[in-house]
Design a binder for this molecule. Structure first.
Ligand SMILES: Nc1ncnc2c1ncn2[C@@H]1O[C@H](COP(=O)(O)OP(=O)(O)O)[C@@H](O)[C@H]1O
Ligand code: SF4
Ligand SMILES: [Mg+2]
Length: 336
């Protein structure tokens, strides 16, 4: 349904100290998301996940590259003509507090986009309230309770469900959930995740799940694809289960090695990978972007650029000259 090739995005820093400094948020990223499919972007903070998610939702410009939606290249259209395409892709922010207008009741919040939708689809005005109630029920809320209330009268989890209901008012084909549970109480997270999973199954919407947390990526998109992003580049891509159970790129391995082990319940992976130094964006970028931190780097890694491809007989694509399966993930201890 949506495909991107060679997406590049550079930000110019503002502010007195860093003014003019360039940040390479995305360095030529390719992606493709099928109708009804699930894709997870995973990587540490600052790697470019949000920027890519916003570009996919049509909320951010990019310097070069192409996005094709349902066979139509966005570069061929004027910005206004792109809007109907991007309207099918709705972004769910990580912060349900700032996403909702605090001065409007939930009824008012849902009424505006539904009124527009009624007009577009030539439905009577009476449809609006019926649909608002329907959408709230669909996301697991009691319309009678929620509709007259203001955002501050709801819990974080309820607010995030309202945000999802609002996204559904336009009948989207894809939801982009950017760290959608990170600001919600831990006890409510699973509910939001299973809701997204449920919407995928019931409505056939595709879900792009952006997270720094491997466990959530696995839960939501178990049957889908995972993209591991490092400093604005995809370093490993394949089926979620393949990447989590047999990662071959040292960066992915370091990411998975950092998952805390449940002491007494799990045995740590025996070949865990720990970066040799901290990330420092000010140092040179020659060769592999992970080279300075990679325990396995050689001279080749700092002079040649490894490209994302399928090689070495592995099921997934990776961008490493020396891909190797390593046992980094913790496994449950056998019952004694
Ligand atoms: N509006 C912006 N202006 C300047 N720099 C930005 C802006 N948005 C993002 N960046 C920079 O781009 C990089 C990627 O950011 P982001 O996409 O938010 O990463 P992530 O979501 O993976 O944490 C970071 O270095 C960030 O500081
Ligand atoms: S290409 Fe070299 S530096 Fe980069 S991840 Fe592979 S081994 Fe490490
Ligand atoms: Mg982000």
């Amino acid at each position: 349904m949506i495909r991107g090739t060679g997406i590049v995005k550079t930000f110019k820093q503002r502010g007195s100290v860093l003014a003019g400094r360039e940040v390479k948020a995305l360095r030529g990223v390719d992606f493709s998301i099928e109708k009804g499919g699930a894709v997870s972007f995973i990587g540490e903070s600052g790697c470019g996940k949000t920027t890519l998610g916003r570009i996919i939702a049509g909320l951010e410009t990019y310097d070069s590259g192409e996005i094709v939606i349902d066979g139509t290249a966005m570069s061929a259209l004027k910005p206004r003509a792109r809007q109907p395409y991007f309207r099918r892709i709705q972004l769910i922010h990580q912060d349900p507090y700032s996403a909702l207008n605090p001065t409007r009741t939930i009824h008012q919040t849902l009424h505006a986009p539904l009124a527009l939708r009624a007009k577009q689809t030539r439905r009577p005005g009476s449809w609006i309230d019926t649909r608002a109630a329907e959408l709230l029920s669909l996301v697991g809320l009691d319309p009678g309770y929620v509709l007259p209330r203001y955002p501050h009268q709801l819990s974080g989890g309820m607010r995030q469900r309202v945000v999802i209901a609002r996204a559904l008012t336009v009948d989207p084909e894809m939801l982009v959930a950017d760290e959608a549970t990170s600001m919600i109480d831990v006890s409510l997270r699973l509910g939001i995740l299973s809701l997204l999973k449920d919407l995928r199954e019931r409505l056939g919407v595709s879900v792009l799940f952006i997270t720094h947390d491997v466990a959530t990526a696995r839960y939501i998109g178990g049957d889908g694809d995972m993209y591991v992003i490092y400093r604005g580049q995809i370093v490993e891509r394949g089926k979620v289960e393949t990447i989590i159970s047999s990662p071959v790129h040292p960066y992915t391995q370091s990411l998975l090695s950092a998952i805390p082990v449940l002491h007494g319940l799990e045995r740590p992976g025996e070949q865990r990978v720990v970066p040799t130094e901290a990330l420092d964006e000010s140092k040179s970028d020659d060769g592999c972007l992970f080279a300075r931190r990679c325990p396995f780097s050689t001279d080749r890694c700092t002079s040649e650029i490894p490209l994302l491809a399928r090689s070495g007989g592995f099921a997934q694509e990776h961008s490493c000259f020396y891909p190797e399966r390593r046992n980094v993930v913790a496994t449950p201890l056998e019952a004694a």
